[in-house]
Design a protein around this ligand. Structure first.
Ligand SMILES: C[S@@+](CC[C@H](N)C(=O)[O-])C[C@H]1O[C@@H](n2cnc3c(N)ncnc32)[C@H](O)[C@@H]1O
Length: 415
């Protein structure tokens, strides 16, 4: 490659996936605003990138796997830069809706705190290999020194490999979702061989040998040494295999602290998109809670956790699709027993239908937890137009070194 075939570009901003963007637009992964870079333009992408003039925010990536692994996108940027960039993503999404607010200092989860990961695990001639997919490729990168995962997850890599030796087909890698719990590892395997008698016996022995708390093969339970419960306040919940959990314990604690602060003093709270009770159960220490969730098994897990707990106020549960069938104002404000606060934590699509009904119901305080600044800003506009003020936003970064941004926000009804 001659230098003549190379293009030089100045990075002006970062795109949604954290890639640097120059005029064109020309996307240059792992570059930063202000950097002068050179590379080979292939369509709208710059490849074979060389950073000619580095940004003052460029740092040495802490993880030795960063060059090849696709698990992280932002290790080449300083923590301060990433914090400001993530807050900026939320600020820009709000500004596109004509909104602004105060930002609390970001909460960033520490390194090595991710409590759940899905590893790709492939059989090899010598045995098996586990890791994350490489950058924009199907190649699996091994990650023995990963800086994201909890040590217990890293220690589970040989167990995931043993599962592949026992039950991966030659054609496709297993997808092994591993969640840590105080009782041990909760492992869910997908893309494996069909479960027959001998494989079932082998997997059960493997689970016992490696003290796996629970092993699930596709949708079938294979072994349950101990329920892999998660503590939510004083309650313990055994989530369905692979069910949603906040990504880190620290991130969960930061979101919960914000939600508790926002709903403080409320005696009746509705928790919408409640999951397995991450917020409902701790909130039930001081309030009656109605938890609504669209996955039936999660509703059952939440209810079972509440029934076994001691000292909590009443938690009622409802299995309901809140996109198609949002809670209506008359349900949010039943005669004489209106909810005094609402918690809403929807998936990435946001909560368009439910937010309209909440706005009509005029619930005085709303704690909105979001994993997508764009759908959050769209929903925020509906609330603000209905007479709410957006008091503050707290960005919570539990997907450290990724381009992903999460937040908690307080809305209060004016007058
Ligand atoms: C971001 S998670 C939050 C869960 C919970 N608040 C937590 O912190 O663990 C979003 C939840 O919304 C649920 N969900 C997704 N689509 C839904 C729908 N249409 N109606 C009701 N719940 C839905 C998911 O099952 C998931 O539990």
């Amino acid at each position: 490659m001659t230098d003549a075939a190379r293009t030089t570009a100045t990075i002006s901003r970062l795109g949604h996936h954290g890639d640097g963007v120059a005029d064109g637009p020309l996307f240059a992964p792992r570059t930063l605003p202000g950097e002068i870079v050179s590379g080979v333009a292939e369509g709208s992408h710059l490849t074979q990138i060389r950073v000619e003039t580095p940004s003052e925010h460029r740092v040495q990536p802490p993880c030795r796997h960063y060059r090849s692994c696709g698990g992280c996108q932002m290790q080449h940027a300083s923590d301060a830069f990433v914090a400001e960039w993530k807050a900026g993503v939320v600020r820009n999404a709000l500004s596109a809706q004509g909104l602004e607010t105060d930002f609390r200092p970001i909460h960033t989860s520490p390194a090595r705190s991710r409590r759940r990961a899905t590893l790709a695990v492939r059989r090899t001639k010598k045995g098996a290999m586990a890791g994350f997919h490489g950058r924009a490729s199907d190649v699996i990168t091994e990650i023995p020194d990963c800086h994201l995962l909890e040590p217990a997850l890293l220690a589970a890599i040989p167990v995931a490999e043993a599962l592949a030796v026992a039950g991966a087909s030659r054609k496709a890698p297993l997808a092994v979702t591993i969640t840590t719990s105080d009782a041990g590892l909760d492992m869910l395997v997908r893309n494996g061989k069909p479960l027959d008698g001998p494989l079932r016996i082998e997997l059960a022995q493997l689970a016992e040998r490696h003290r796996i708390a629970r092993l699930t093969w596709e949708d079938e339970p294979v072994a349950m040494e101990q329920p892999p419960e998660q503590p939510f306040g004083p309650a313990n919940v055994c989530p369905p295999p692979g069910a949603f959990l906040q990504a880190t314990r620290e991130g969960e604690a930061a979101l919960l602290a914000a939600v508790q602060e926002i709903t403080k003093g409320a005696r009746r709270i509705v928790d919408l998109f409640a999951g397995c009770g991450t917020f409902s159960l701790p909130l039930a220490q001081t309030a009656e809670v109605h938890a609504v969730e669209g996955e039936r098994d999660m509703v059952k897990a939440l209810d079972a956790g509440w029934r076994k707990s001691k000292g909590l106020r009443r938690v009622s549960t409802e299995y309901r699709d809140l996109f198609r069938n949002p809670l209506l104002p008359e349900e949010i404000n039943p005669f004489g027993a209106a909810f005094e606060a609402a918690v809403i934590d929807p998936p990435r699509a946001g909560a368009e239908a439910q937010i309209k009904q909440l706005a009509k119901a005029r619930t005085p305080v709303i704690a909105y937890v979001s994993c997508n600044p764009v759908s959050f800003a769209r929903d925020a506009k509906v609330l603000v137009e209905a007479g709410y003020s957006l008091d503050w936003v707290q960005v919570v970064d539990q997907f450290r070194w990724s381009a992903h941004t999460e937040l908690a926000a307080r809305f209060t009804l004016k007058d």
